[in-house]
Design a protein around this ligand. Structure first.
Ligand code: GRF
Length: 198
């Protein structure tokens, strides 16, 4: 059974989708650690409710982001993760994380059709505002392998398209994309697992 570590910073709805898929049998997998860079976020409550191990690695508690991420990488490796999922993790991961984690594959989910509307600072509603400002008629979801030293780059695992509808604002578009994110993330994990890529 695939052992998954999930990195979170906030709401945790994608984490919830993974937890639900594991519990419901859609994924032959188990979340073995939820790691957050922020205290007291809803994602940690979701992990606690699901009875899943969860820890916070805040830069303040560790004295630096570098030290916090080193310990986070070690904890994920020690938990025996076969896959790490960035599900709304809002810090760039530095070398200490990658070195500590070793060769465990890492994937990220982004609420747009990368390479469009990605990169540093492109998070949350900002992504959808940029899509609307560009007058795009469609957007979507990308699940991709995360690559050391980059943001929103790496081999695409799966993309799903979502139409931009007349009258959409960033909030309505975000809601429609988020529903697709939850499906796409579970599908991507299942596909990686089936292909023995993780
Ligand atoms: C999602 O839109 C995800 O694509 C992006 O951050 C958001 C996290 O949402 N990377 P949630 O915390 O999973 O609800």
């Amino acid at each position: 059974m695939l052992r998954i570590g999930v990195l979170v910073s906030g709401r945790g709805s994608n984490l919830q989708a993974i937890l639900d898929a594991c519990r419901g049998g859609r994924l032959d997998a188990q979340v073995v650690l939820v790691a957050s860079n922020r205290e007291g976020v809803p994602a940690l409550v979701r992990a606690a409710r699901a009875g899943v191990p969860h820890r916070t690695f805040t830069p303040i508690a560790y004295g630096s982001r570098i030290a916090a991420q080193r310990d986070m990488g070690r904890a994920l490796a020690t938990a025996g993760c076969g896959l790490v999922v960035l599900a709304g993790f809002d810090h760039v991961l530095g070398d200490t994380f990658w070195d500590a984690l070793g060769d465990v594959p890492v994937i990220n989910i982004h609420p747009a059709l990368l390479p469009a509307f990605g990169g540093r600072g492109m998070m949350g509603l900002k992504v959808h505002e940029a899509v609307l400002a560009a007058g795009a008629t469609e957007t979507g979801v990308t699940v991709h392998r995360a690559r050391r030293g980059t943001v929103d780059e790496g081999e695409v695992v799966l993309q799903r398209r979502v139409p931009v509808l007349p009258g959409d604002d960033a909030a309505t578009l975000s809601d429609r994309v988020l529903a697709v994110e939850h499906e796409a993330l579970v599908e991507a994990i299942a596909a990686l697992s089936a292909s023995k890529a993780v």
